[in-house]
Design a protein around this ligand. Sequence first.
Ligand code: NAP
Length: 284
Amino acid sequence: MTAQRIDGNALSKQLRAEVAQRAAALTARGHQPGLAVILVGEDPASAVYVRNKVKACEDNGLRSVFEKYDATLSEADLLARVAALNIDPSIHGILVQMPLPKHIDATKVIESIDTAKDVDGYSVLSAGELMAGLPGFRPCTPYGCMKLIESTGVSLRGKHAVVIGRSNTVGKPMAILLLAANATVTICHSATPDLALHTRQADIVVAAVGKRNVLTADMVKPGAVVIDVGMNRNDEGKLCGDVDFAGVSEVASWITPVPGGVGPMTITMLLVNTIEAAERRAGI
Ligand code: NAP
């Protein structure tokens, strides 16, 4: 079997066009959606992520407010900025780029964001809403993975899904979303003794580890759907995922490439969450 590629760029383009339409409709009613992006310090990777998020807003009719602070910014000053944005009616989403400098308690900052504006979906309350099946903001990367799976037309109902990785931002919310879609879910992690034992039984595998070749062809059930969240560098310095793409493509039915799979979807779902926040605020 040769797997079909799930094209994250194409799906992103389609979803961003829908975002732009919704943004235009909101703006016409006097509620232009606004996202505040805060960057503290000089981390080069964070600067790239933030630039891409701001550009994605601008390209799709959302207003973005970008605030950049020195790494010496105090925790109290950052909390004061978040508090001001919480009550700013023109701002519907607040994103504080992680990681923060060590002297700032990231949890305290995340928890200070109004849940109605927590478009990253990282707060304890947002996680609780997800767990309880209540409406709220889903963390962007797993939310994007769900859209990628949905785009294949493969139903999750009654299927066995294996998630590799249990981080609060990817693995755990991914598992909850799959469960909510009626999959039977197994979560694997670094203490799982025989990873292949689980993945070989999976109809859907989501790899969110951050290590190359965590999933190889011999670990995949023929016809499985494989979603690769990982972002690594290969020996030539090129971006690659957690999955041996060439090998697994011979066994799976659907597979996401890296780059061009999950990556573009993460920012897209941030836009979707911000639009949703603005629509809720506008009573739509
Ligand atoms: P993380 O917080 O480091 O979590 C990695 C998880 O993988 C942990 O739960 C860890 O288990 C597990 N793990 C480590 N080695 C393992 C092994 N040999 N077998 C099975 N599980 C193993 O990372 P993350 O934030 O979830 O991100 C995961 C990857 O996705 C990274 O490459 C990251 O760059 C990428 N990512 C991509 C996007 C995107 O937009 N494309 C977004 C977010 C993240 P323990 O819990 O036991 O330590």
